[in-house]
Design a protein around this ligand. Structure first.
Ligand SMILES: Cc1cc2nc3c(=O)[nH]c(=O)nc-3n(C[C@H](O)[C@H](O)[C@H](O)COP(=O)(O)OP(=O)(O)OC[C@H]3O[C@@H](n4cnc5c(N)ncnc54)[C@H](O)[C@@H]3O)c2cc1C
Length: 524
């Protein structure tokens, strides 16, 4: 992928999207495929914000159902089903097991009632109640005292950062332009400015690589900066950033036949553990995040204790300890601040605000990115005269040809690569050198994916490669330090970095992993 920053920033656009998470990427795709000239800019790396730090579930959201938000649940379930069909290999089914314990809420009947509605919305029957003996086959290692049986139900999971990359790739196929390391430093026009009736007419953008500043004009500016959204708005702040942190354990230490969802023994909040890309992810917390958003979020000791307490309660026989944890990661949710004492009670749906001619979109879920994008375009239509608004949903991704079975990829990899890279999957495989179609130990990533990313996926820093194009930084101990020599052998030349640059990148990357992706005790 060529990076013609100066060329892109020298033009005028129909739409300027600020923010390169899933929301911005979704808008770029849906706008570009409808003939709008659209530019997206991201201050750091694509998916650097919340969209690489979510719980990675593509789900209807049983909790919305509990709160009576049927329309939201129906929309999420519908989007989940579309993603399972149209992004197979990137979005995969995941079955969940929920133990029915004496006194645990919700009880068997309430849970099954919720799941019946959930299933009906999806037009399937994915739920089943098992007696204790059967359930222990489905969810081994769980606490047995007080266990009466358990419920299994269906949802889905993904690789969130790769989902963003796939959406951006599709958008580029329709002429959309996406630039990472380009920050919006301020708006052109807007409140207090002379002319254009105070309407926002674009933004002042700074390229983080060259340092150059450009004034880029657009007929419509969209603020899709998630938890950062208040910073670009001229009105009073409305967001309450909430942090959610996760632990990552080796699959052999917390082996799961399927995802296990549970109610935390301290406060009854839902917590889950699920198998993901060769490791087990445990999450999440939900606490206020008053820290500077420009610094990466990180798990605290209190949150670590909270998640470990959930594991000890649900999997006592495994005697899990902090030493078992490979990595941690934390993301920040933008929720609308209504001043509730319990952060978990704040609503999570997306909101749209039109202020000074700028559209701000924030909140929502990874799962519903297409629905959010279409909602944004419907609101944008009156602001773009002469554009024929057609906001009916279209297939999420263009169908891509299946990879040739004679490639002899490791099991499951053909579909996995196709889901992640679409029409480019065959070229990725063709670009692999001997031995690079093998899986990196402890993960499901192929070495060839690193070469491809270094060559084609706008990698500017080592953490782009290891935390978002691949996820080695959260799947391997110490950010995958032990694998760095081979990563270097494959990627240094592709990236065009000399030895000095590589050494500096490695030092910065390892320090980042220690400070933000490890456990607090390892940071001392
Ligand atoms: C802990 C946690 C767990 C979650 N789990 C799930 C889940 O399992 N399933 C699900 O569907 N949803 C989940 N979500 C919600 C989902 O992750 C978010 O809704 C989604 O990622 C938000 O995407 P976004 O693009 O709006 O924001 P972000 O991904 O945060 O993107 C905003 C981007 O804007 C950039 N930016 C900010 N300021 C500027 C600027 N001035 N110029 C240029 N760029 C700028 C930031 O760097 C950032 O990358 C979870 C959220 C959290 C926090």
């Amino acid at each position: 992928m060529t990076r013609d920053v100066a060329g892109a920033l020298a033009q005028d656009w129909d739409i300027l999207v600020i923010g390169g998470g899933i929301t911005g990427a979704g808008i770029l795709l849906e706008a570009s495929r409808r003939g709008l000239r659209a530019l997206l800019v991201e201050q750091r790396d694509f998916a650097w914000g919340t969209s690489s730090r979510s719980s990675k579930l593509v789900h209807g959201g049983l909790r919305y159902l509990k709160e009576g938000q049927f329309a939201l649940t129906r929309e999420s379930v519908h989007e989940r089903e579309s993603l399972l069909r149209e992004a197979a290999g990137l979005v995969e089914p995941q079955s969940f097991a929920f133990g029915d314990y004496d006194g645990r809420k919700p009880g068997r009947h309430a849970f099954l009632l919720g799941l019946a509605i959930y299933d009906r919305m999806a037009g399937q029957r994915g739920r089943h109640y098992y007696d204790k003996h059967e359930f222990l086959q489905m969810a081994p290692h769980i606490r047995t005292d007080g266990l009466r049986g358990g419920i299994c139900y269906q949802d889905a999971k993904t690789d969130d950062a790769r989902l963003v990359m796939r959406v951006l790739q599709e958008a580029r196929g329709h002429g959309g332009v996406a630039l990472n390391y380009v920050a919006a430093e301020g708006l052109l026009g807007g409140s207090g400015s002379a002319g254009s009736a105070g309407r926002v007419r674009g933004a002042r953008l700074r390229c983080g690589v060259s340092g150059a500043v450009h004034e880029v004009r657009a007929r419509l500016t969209i603020n899709a900066t998630g938890a950062w959204a208040d910073r670009l708005r001229s009105q009073a702040a409305r967001l309450r950033p909430l942090r959610g942190s996760h632990l990552v354990l080796p699959a052999w230490r917390l082996p799961l036949a399927q995802a296990v969802s549970l109610m935390h023994p301290h406060d009854g909040r839902p917590v889950f553990a699920f198998p993901w890309e060769g490791v087990t992810v445990v999450g999440t917390t939900d606490v206020d995040h008053p820290t500077d958003l420009q610094r990466e979020a990180a798990i605290t000791q209190e949150e670590t204790d909270y998640l470990m307490a959930a594991l000890h309660d649900q999997f006592p026989a495994l005697e899990l300890g902090e030493d078992d944890v490979l990595a941690s990661y934390a993301g920040v949710r933008p929720v609308i601040d209504t001043g509730k004492a319990d952060p978990s009670k704040e609503a999570r749906d997306h909101v749209l605000w039109l202020e000074d001619g700028m559209l701000t979109v924030t909140g929502g879920k990874l799962t519903t990115f297409r629905a959010i994008a279409l909602d944004v375009l419907a609101k944008a239509a009156p602001l773009l005269p002469a554009w024929q608004a057609d906001v009916a949903p279209r297939p999420i991704f263009a169908p891509s040809p299946a990879l040739d079975y004679r490639l002899r990829l490791p099991p499951g990899q053909a579909l996995r690569l196709q889901g992640r890279y679409g029409a480019q999957a065959a070229a990725l495989v063709a670009a692999a050198r001997p031995g690079e179609l093998e899986v990196i130990p402890g993960t499901q990533t192929l070495w060839a994916q690193l070469r491809w990313a270094a060559r084609h996926e706008a990698v500017q820093r080592l953490d782009d490669l290891l935390l978002r194009r691949s996820r080695l930084g959260i799947q391997l101990r110490q950010g995958g330090a032990a694998q760095l020599p081979r990563v270097r052998a494959i990627c240094q030349q592709e990236l065009g970095w000399n030895d000095e640059r590589w050494a500096a990148e490695e030092t910065a990357y390892l320090a980042l992993c220690k400070a933000h992706y490890s456990l607090p005790k390892a940071r001392a």
